[in-house]
Design a protein around this ligand. Structure first.
Ligand SMILES: [Zn+2]
Length: 452
């Protein structure tokens, strides 16, 4: 190869591509914005997320002494009943402040507490603030659990003693409440999709509240675009003294058919657009080892689901009376909440993703190109194909296709993953659907033209 040909080839590689090939150490992965566009309305809303408000909210939550699922429901100052009524009244206040934009309700049911020796059937009362969108049937779930426990103490079902749960999950609860306030204030007319801000109970007894809510959405025939949980998002100091307030973990299963990994890549990209100095660390498994969270019931229904958790946990405090207010960092929670906000609003402002895909080898190119097809998504202005190596953590090439649903792609599909996504009139991009994902929804094949 001549020098000039080599130069031309090098120039044809993207600058970002060169950086990732040459400059970065093996362990590092440059954050990719995946072509997502910054929306100034979202940027303005981020500035309103207030660490002082988060702190004030968590101090009230802790003041209820215990929020154990089986604790007192009559008292106005102590127990899970007082806590949920206070959360409800706060959300109603936020709704009044945005002209009634939020529909606040209790989501009620019962569940058997299988972890209790007597296995009682017990009321499960979640608190939900809905921000209705243009499409009442398409829902994005942003949750955290307000119940607390001392499950790691000698009396794990203790429902009367103190269980402050300032971090687990007071941190996630106050983040979701603050998100309801700020998103309602900045988007009082709602977005394209409906957002459910949910405060669950019964998490510590086996994800009872989130299971109840996920089953309800299925029963009501809702299409859930994504389900998130904020759980344990306020600690920045490890037991050995290490400090990390500049990164957060996101846990999701990298199932190509379901799209959990696509959701993690989306959050990663949103973070790179709106908060580049706050690192998103995608962890492509459902949760930490031996632990669970309120995204899991949604994952089991085949919905892209993801958990946000602090980078450094301290297991000497979780589920114990030592999970107290002074160990929680509210500036850090605010950063996680801003990432939540940018993610949830971006997804709610974006169209649905194409559901079904299909592919066919292109004969003209001797099988080196592929015809890609996908479902039409109503109201979109264009589609994009995204390409990554099967070993690459995120997409490295974006191919605009225009407003078509069939495209000849100059990639050897045998060797890469290709995702297709929809672009809305406002520039927001949907989640990606992986083309030809094993066990993923397929478009039927067109009738074959007879070979000569
Ligand atoms: Zn928790």
């Amino acid at each position: 190869m001549s020098i000039s040909t080599l130069g031309a080839r090098l120039r044809s590689l993207s600058f970002v591509g060169l950086l990732s090939l040459v400059a970065l150490p093996m362990a590092a992965q440059a954050p990719s914005t995946m072509g997502l566009q910054r929306d100034p309305r979202i940027a303005a809303a981020l500035a309103d997320v207030s660490p002082a408000r988060l702190r004030a909210l968590d101090s009230v939550l802790v003041s209820f002494g215990t929020r154990h699922t089986m604790s007192d429901t009559v008292s106005s100052t102590r127990g899970v009943g007082a806590a949920r009524r206070w959360i409800y009244s706060q959300l109603q206040q936020y709704s009044r402040d945005c002209g009634g934009c939020l529909k606040v309700e209790y989501d009620t049911g019962t569940a058997v507490i299988t972890r209790h020796i007597e296995r009682p059937r017990w009321p499960i009362v979640n608190v939900v603030a809905w921000l209705p969108g243009k499409d009442p049937n398409r829902v994005i779930v942003m949750g955290g659990h307000f119940d607390s426990c001392v499950c790691s103490s000698p009396n794990p079902m203790d429902a009367t003693g103190d269980a402050p749960g300032a971090d687990d999950d007071g941190s996630g609860t106050v983040a979701v409440m603050e998100l309801a306030r700020v998103v309602g204030k900045h988007f009082p007319q709602g977005l394209d999709a409906t957002i459910a801000f949910v405060l669950y109970t019964g998490e510590e007894q086996g994800l009872l509240g989130s299971t109840q809510f996920a089953e309800r959405l299925q029963r009501e025939g809702k299409t859930v675009t994504a389900a998130f949980t904020d759980d344990i998002i306020g600690n920045v100091v490890a037991d050995d003294g290490r400090v990390d307030s500049t990164s957060v973990r996101v846990f999701a299963v990298d199932s190509l058919a379901v799209g959990g990994g696509e959701l993690a890549r989306y959050v990663w990209a949103v973070g790179a657009v709106y908060q580049p100095d706050f690192e998103v660390l995608p962890v492509l498994r459902l949760d930490r080892l031996g632990r669970g969270g309120d995204h899991a019931p949604f994952h089991r229904f085949g919905i892209p689901a993801l958990r946000f958790s602090e980078r450094l946990e301290n297991y000497k405090r979780q589920h114990l009376v030592t999970d107290t207010f002074e160990h929680v960092n509210f500036g850090y929670i605010a950063k996680v909440a801003r990432l939540n906000l940018a993610t949830v609003v971006s997804l709610a402002a974006a169209p649905s993703r194409p559901v079904r895909t299909a592919y066919g080898r292109d004969r003209e190119s001797g099988g080196q190109s592929f015809n890609i097809r996908w479902d039409t998504v109503p109201g979109v202005i264009a589609y994009e194909l995204l390409v990554r190596r099967t070993t690459a953590p995120t997409y490295t090439r974006i191919v605009p296709t225009g407003n078509v649903t069939t495209f000849l792609l100059d990639e050897q599909l045998d060797d890469v993953w290709v995702g297709v996504r929809a672009v809305g009139p406002n520039g927001h991009r949907s989640l990606t659907t992986v083309v030809g994902a094993p066990n993923g929804p397929r478009l039927p094949n067109p009738p074959r033209t007879p070979q000569p």
